[in-house]
Design a protein around this ligand. Structure first.
Ligand code: F6R
Length: 609
């Protein structure tokens, strides 16, 4: 989704901002722009297309500017175009702004500005109203004008603003859209996301909702809603800037697939104490709390939702608590049955997905206890939860989620086992057995990834397909959904996933000669049933790729190709089974020449409804 970078200091603002915007490219965007000072005026350059296009336009210009704001836009209001790109300015271009989020009352504000203040708009965006509002209230003090403008605005925003008459300051404000401030030596930064700043700073202020920030090159002041200055602790970023680079891999997606053994290991071991038991330090869920809980809701979007499906399976099996898994955009509008006996688990890589955040707030209002499973430290979902269970995937750059997903699965297992033990409903041997199985996964996965070439070969046979079906049973259903989503989002193949037993209730009508079916058969207790389902589709002419455990060779008689995952307990098989599906999607997309890390129409973090 849209990205913001702002800089104030002694260096060349243009280069620093463009470089920072490039670090946010992974979030998805369709246009890019920058506003800088030149000869006492604000100069704006903004174009549809990639940052490279903006750079091309800038290459013959010299901007000796030390202050500026830049933006990558992901279109919501108004198509991708030069006019709709940010920054936006007021009528005489004395104010420039960049904005992430949505101004919900922009139609009313636009009408008001047009009729009462004779403002002429140049774009179709909601964001342009912000520049005109600030311009309207500007009387030589940008901070004051931003305060007044935000009083008029409804919706979600992270805004960076500059004024031609005040070349020594940037003002930024946040409501429901991420905003961070980077603290440098003789310079300061704003950004919508930390990776944009890591080349320059490690000290960060995480800006809270309804806070306004005044930046000069030597000072940062944060003010709350009542315009009172607030003190903020510095957040030290511990992860490496290299973690956000490709390190020799062709794509971030492939690099992140390969980082899964490490991510799983970290997520797991950081939650085990010296005796090898699960210790959820900092998570205050006691036995008494748990005794009160009669229902768990797991709510998320996309891949994170798929992690929730496996979470349901684990929590119900181990902890014996009924679990409902819901899509966040549905949950919030259907008056769900939630009360103070509900544990609401929000799952989100970014921690900024607006639908998930809104669902969380809805559940909180109704008295639910909020536990979140989040990858980005200090994100909105994390901050608004009662307890946070961080995944240790490291920064995930590719739009298609891989390592965040497998680390989310680890959290789901740990939460399920922890609750089971607190409630006293799991035998010690069973608890130990599952933990041992989980601990063995990183090494098994490392071994499996060495055979990646065979999946690339398989992709060569399949990449021209127009459609694909994914089927599975039990825990494999969630993996089928995830495998199907991976394939469609990176390769644009029309793919569909369904519980194998449900096929014959309609969908089997679509299976014909040579239809590709990926059949997951990793669950021992359902293995024979899956073999029957494979026979069913084979009988209609399907081409079947089976996924099974190494010891279960019977499947070879039915499937055209088989990918074997290492032997493991059924319960943890999803962690291993999803990886060949990620690789298959990756290699198919590569052979089709797709923009794998930035698939069309998609954004990494969806901060709009
Ligand atoms: C798919 C994918 C998305 C996200 C979804 C939720 O590969 O990445 O489906 O899982 O947009 O995002 P988060 O986890 O950031 O809330």
């Amino acid at each position: 989704m849209c990205g913001i970078v702002g800089y104030i200091g002694n260096e060349n603002a243009c280069d620093i901002i463009i470089d920072g915007l490039k670090k946010l490219e992974y979030r998805g965007y369709d246009s890019a722009g920058i506003a800088l000072y030149k000869e006492g005026k604000i100069q704006v350059r903004k174009y549809k297309g990639r940052i490279a296009n903006l750079e091309e336009h800038l290459k013959n210009e010299v901007f000796d500017s030390h202050v500026g704001i830049g933006h990558t836009r992901w279109a919501t209001h108004g198509a991708p175009s030069d006019e709709n790109a940010h920054p936006h300015t007021n009528g005489d271009s004395t104010i420039a702004i960049v904005h992430n989020g949505i101004i919900e009352n922009f139609v009313k504000l636009r009408e008001w500005l047009e009729t009462e203040h004779q403002v002429t708009f140049r774009s179709e965006t909601d964001s342009e109203v912000i520049a005109h509002l600030i311009g309207l209230y500007y009387e030589g003090d940008l901070l004051e004008a931003v305060y007044k403008a935000t009083e008029k605005m409804e919706g979600a925003y992270a805004i960076g603003a500059i004024a031609a008459a005040e070349p020594d300051r940037i003002v930024a404000v946040r409501k429901d859209s991420p905003l961070v401030v980077g603290l440098g030596e003789d310079c300061n930064f704003i950004a919508s996301d930390i990776p944009a700043l890591l080349k320059h700073v490690r000290k960060i202020y995480l800006i809270e909702n309804n806070e306004t920030v005044l930046l000069t090159k030597d000072q940062v002041k944060i003010f709350d809603q009542n315009r009172k200055e607030v003190k903020r602790e510095v957040f030290h970023v511990t992860w490496d800037a290299d973690a956000a680079e490709k390190e020799g891999y062709d794509h971030f997606m492939l690099k992140e697939i390969h980082e899964q053994p490490k991510g799983i290991y970290e997520t797991l071991t950081r939650r085990l104490d010296e005796s090898g038991k699960i210790a959820l330090d900092g998570i205050s869920l006691s036995k008494e709390d748990l005794d009160r809980i009669d229902k768990v809701y797991i709510v998320a979007c996309g891949t994170a939702y798929h992690a929730g499906l496996v979470g349901k399976y684990a929590i119900e099996k181990f902890a014996h608590i009924p679990v409902e898994v819901d899509i966040a955009s549905e949950f919030r509008y259907r008056d769900p049955f939630v009360n103070d006996r509900t544990l609401f688990i929000a799952v989100s890589q970014s921690g900024e997905t607006l639908d998930t955040l809104a669902a969380l707030r809805e559940a909180k209002k109704k008295g639910a206890r909020i536990l979140s499973v989040v990858n980005v430290v200090g994100s909105s979902v994390a901050r608004e939860s009662d307890d946070v269970f961080y995944t240790w995937a490291g920064p995930e750059i590719a739009v298609a989620s891989t390592k965040a997903y497998t680390t989310q699965l680890v959290c789901m297992y740990l939460i399920a086992l922890y609750m089971a033990q607190l409630k006293g409903v799991i035998a010690q041997e069973e608890y130990r057995r599952i933990l041992e199985e989980l601990k063995a996964v990183p090494d098994k996965l490392r071994e499996f990834l060495k055979k990646e070439k065979s999946i690339e070969e398989l992709a060569k046979k399949q990449y021209k397909r127009e459609s694909a079906f994914f089927i599975g049973r039990g825990a494999d259903v969630g993996i089928s959904y995830e495998g199907s989503l991976k394939l469609k989002e990176v390769s644009y193949i029309n793919s569909f996933a369904i519980a194998a037993g449900e096929l014959k209730h309609g969908t089997i009508a679509l299976i014909e000669q040579d239809t590709l079916v990926v059949a997951l058969a990793t669950q021992d207790q359902l293995y024979d049933k899956m073999l029957s389902n494979i026979q069913e589709v084979k009988a209609r002419g399907a081409y079947v790729i089976g996924i099974a455990k190494a010891s279960n060779r019977e499947i070879e008689k039915q499937a055209n190709d088989v990918i074997y995952i290492p032997d493991c307990a059924d319960e943890v098989a999803p962690l291993l089974a999803v990886v060949p599906l990620q690789l298959l999607a990756y290699y198919i997309a590569k052979l089709r020449g797709c923009d794998i890390d930035k698939p069309k129409n998609l954004a990494k973090s969806v901060t709009v409804e």
